[in-house]
Design a protein around this ligand. Structure first.
Ligand code: FE2
Length: 258
């Protein structure tokens, strides 16, 4: 009887997503975290807003961040051991694996040709291709010539493609025909949670909501880089509009293999 009056326990805002599939918390390999301590602090914030699992996705972006797949995997192994040894009482999400955020720019085809593209998979093996899901990003300034051809080639080679934060590219508008074409080709889009809270400005914010409204966005990512982003994530977790969006929209994050 008394149970009827018990207050319903509210889950943290991002709990329905379960997994974050885009963050830069492997220290000192890109413009993300600068130390183990910083990564732990950001991970603690991610757990507090509802993430149970995280997948690290360092930049592979030649020549700015010319990471190599084997080196990143080795660093990730060492990082996991350091996190275990140093996390103490902190509540943090489970780290499930390392892949990458590959920029389609100079050097991208070298990654492709040398078999260094690291991918995710869906929990349901019947969904998606043998080679898995590849997270790619484009230039934040200027659209690269021949972009569509490269994306199409990747698909033909058996990769499923997720385009990171399309709302951040100034050359795509809310009803971009190019993005619509990508959607018709079965390409996935991942919007940044912080875009929804205005972190990258008004245009990105508007487009992030518009793309979700268009039914184009399958994944949400935190794109965490450092403690400043963690603070912004805490802020986003209290945004009513984001809370309501998460309540009414299903995303695919939870269906990624851990
Ligand atoms: Fe990123």
């Amino acid at each position: 009887m008394f149970g009827l009056f018990k207050k319903k326990k509210t889950l943290p805002t991002f709990a329905p997503l379960v997994t974050d599939m885009h963050c830069h918390l492997l220290p000192l390999v890109d413009d993300g975290s600068k130390s183990l301590e910083e990564s732990l602090e950001v991970m603690e914030a991610m757990k507090a807003v509802g993430f149970e699992q995280i997948r690290l996705t360092p930049h592979f972006n030649y020549p700015r961040f010319p990471n190599k797949a084997d080196d990143i995997k080795e660093r990730y192994k060492n990082f996991c051991a350091e996190v275990e040894a140093n996390k103490g009482d902190r509540q943090i999400p489970k780290m499930t694996s390392v892949t990458g955020e590959f920029q389609v720019g100079d050097g991208f085809m070298d990654y492709f040709e040398s078999g260094q593209l690291l991918t995710y998979k869906f929990t349901d093996p019947k969904r998606g291709s043998e080679k898995g899901l590849l997270l790619i990003e484009f230039s934040l300034h200027q659209k690269r010539m021949g972009l569509e051809d490269i994306v199409f080639k990747l698909q033909m080679e058996g990769y499923d493609i997720i385009i990171a934060h399309p709302e951040r590219y100034p050359y795509y508008d809310s009803h971009s025909e190019e993005l619509e074409q990508f959607k018709e080709q079965g390409i996935y889009l991942q919007a940044n949670i912080l875009s929804l809270d205005g972190f990258y400005g008004e245009a990105s914010q508007r487009k992030a909501y518009d793309y979700i409204e268009n039914g184009w966005v399958e994944f949400l990512g935190t794109d965490m880089h450092n403690v400043m982003y963690a603070e912004a994530l805490r802020h986003a977790s209290t945004n009513r509009k984001i809370i309501q969006l998460l309540e009414k929209t299903e995303f695919e994050n939870k269906n990624l293999v851990i």
